[in-house]
Design a protein around this ligand. Structure first.
Ligand SMILES: *Cc1c(COP(=O)(O)O)cnc(C)c1O
Length: 411
């Protein structure tokens, strides 16, 4: 038998979302199959835009004819899409990111892990606590996490987020080489201001750190002054990679398309001291291990930047944000502290210091018939919290929240 990567044996046994699904199924089977409203879903539910569908139909027709057929595309992505991104998401907002800095992907999650190919196994990785579980699990698989002790990995640096710091992590006490930041944040739903993010860019510049900035929810930012791109911070092109996705913005979770910005100004260093551009390394990595995102998906993504597509993004994200507002107000009404939801589809609810997350998950499931995501699945600092999402339909969201208010559950 082949010897396998030992790091897998250390990964937590059950991925958070499968445990949630298991408990929902168990509840359903012991309650005569009664319906559960999924307020935990981390997936969008609105269909693709007409503009996107039309562009993809055209793309399929092109592939159907020998005169317009496309085979392998550029590993970095088609220039029509890289140019549209550069123009609308960056230059149009006064940010100097060129098509050559942009790499099209099949989504954010793959690149979050794949980037681990270009920085050293010896790097110390910092993650927000709580955080999207992928940053931690990728670090475990690549052998950068150490051993798990009382729910924490010995080699990771944890950036604690709680109401005391308004879920804005403090700078690490120990030097971190690679720092995963995500704003608007999943799971807390909180967005970051320019001043707050500037401290991180300054830290990275002073310490030679790399920031991997997950900006999957930038299209949900509503309050002026909240950051949508890390490149809004001066000097960030020298220290930060930004990861984005059409998934939550334009309903591409099933279609798969995203992009990663690796600015040509961003440098790293080999162990012998020579400098290298991370853009060059990432390009080499992609050309070796990736053969480009689907032509059809990239044509669909380009349609997101048409006037119609951009209106659709606003309309659909507004819809989800409307749901988030309903959730936040229902929990607040019965005395819970509810965070996020103003610049992201996530609402992060504190159940109180004495509660554990699975306990409140079970209570809401059994009393109100809706599911949530237990905060403890996002890290030790998520204990005592649950995450709700605005991704269900308006009708289901309203039903779930009126059950909550009528339930008699009070904080
Ligand atoms: C959903 C999500 C992603 C994954 O996006 P894909 O492009 O669908 O892979 C990345 N980061 C965060 C924080 C997310 O919530």
């Amino acid at each position: 038998m082949v010897q396998v990567n030992d790091n897998f044996s250390q990964l937590p046994k059950s991925y958070l979302f499968s445990e949630v699904a298991r408990r929902i199924a168990e509840y359903k089977s012991s309650n005569g199959g009664s319906d559960v409203i999924r307020m935990d879903i981390g997936d969008v539910t609105r269909p693709l835009f007409h503009s996107v569908i039309a562009a993809m139909h055209d793309a399929v027709d092109e592939l159907a004819s020998s005169s317009s057929f496309h085979g392998y595309g550029p590993e970095q992505g088609y220039s029509f899409l890289r140019e549209a991104i550069s123009l609308h998401d960056y230059h149009g907002r006064g940010l100097d990111i060129d098509p050559a800095d942009i790499f099209i992907s099949d989504g954010a999650k793959s690149d979050l892990g794949n980037l681990g190919d270009i920085y050293s196994r010896d790097c110390t990785v910092a993650v927000m606590n709580p955080s999207y579980p992928v940053y931690v699990d990728d670090s475990v698989i690549d052998g950068r996490a150490g051993d798990i002790i009382h729910g924490k990995w010995s080699r990771l640096v944890y950036l604690d987020c709680d109401p005391g710091n308004r879920f804005m992590p403090s700078l690490p006490e120990k030097k971190a080489d690679v720092i995963f930041l995500c704003f608007p944040n999943n799971p807390t739903g909180e967005a970051i201001t320019k001043d707050e993010l500037s401290r991180w860019v300054d830290y990275a510049r002073e310490n030679g750190s790399l920031i991997i900035y997950d900006s999957a929810y930038e299209a949900f930012v509503r309050q002026p002054g909240m950051v949508r791109s890390i490149y809004e911070i001066e000097g960030a092109e020298e220290v930060a990679i930004e990861i984005r996705s059409f998934s939550k913005t334009a309903g591409f979770t099933g279609l798969r398309c995203g992009y990663t910005v690796v600015p040509r100004k961003l440098k790293g260093r080999y162990s012998d001291g020579t400098d290298v551009s991370l853009n060059t390394l990432w390009n080499r990595r992609q050309c070796t291990k990736f053969n480009g995102a689907s032509y059809v998906a990239q044509k669909g993504a380009a349609a997101v930047y048409t006037p119609e597509g951009m209106e659709d993004v606003k309309r659909v994200t507004d819809y989800y944000m409307g749901n988030a507002a309903i959730i936040k107000s229902a929990f607040s009404k019965i005395g819970f502290n509810a965070y996020g939801g103003d610049n992201s589809p996530y609402v992060w609810v504190s159940a109180g210091a004495d509660k554990d997350s699975w306990q409140i998950f079970e209570q809401l499931l059994h009393i109100c018939g809706f599911s949530t995501t237990p905060g403890s699945g996002f890290g030790t600092k998520g204990e005592g919290y649950i995450r709700l999402t605005g991704f269900n339909s308006r009708e289901n969201t309203e039903t779930a929240m009126s059950r909550l208010v009528a339930s008699g559950i009070r904080m």
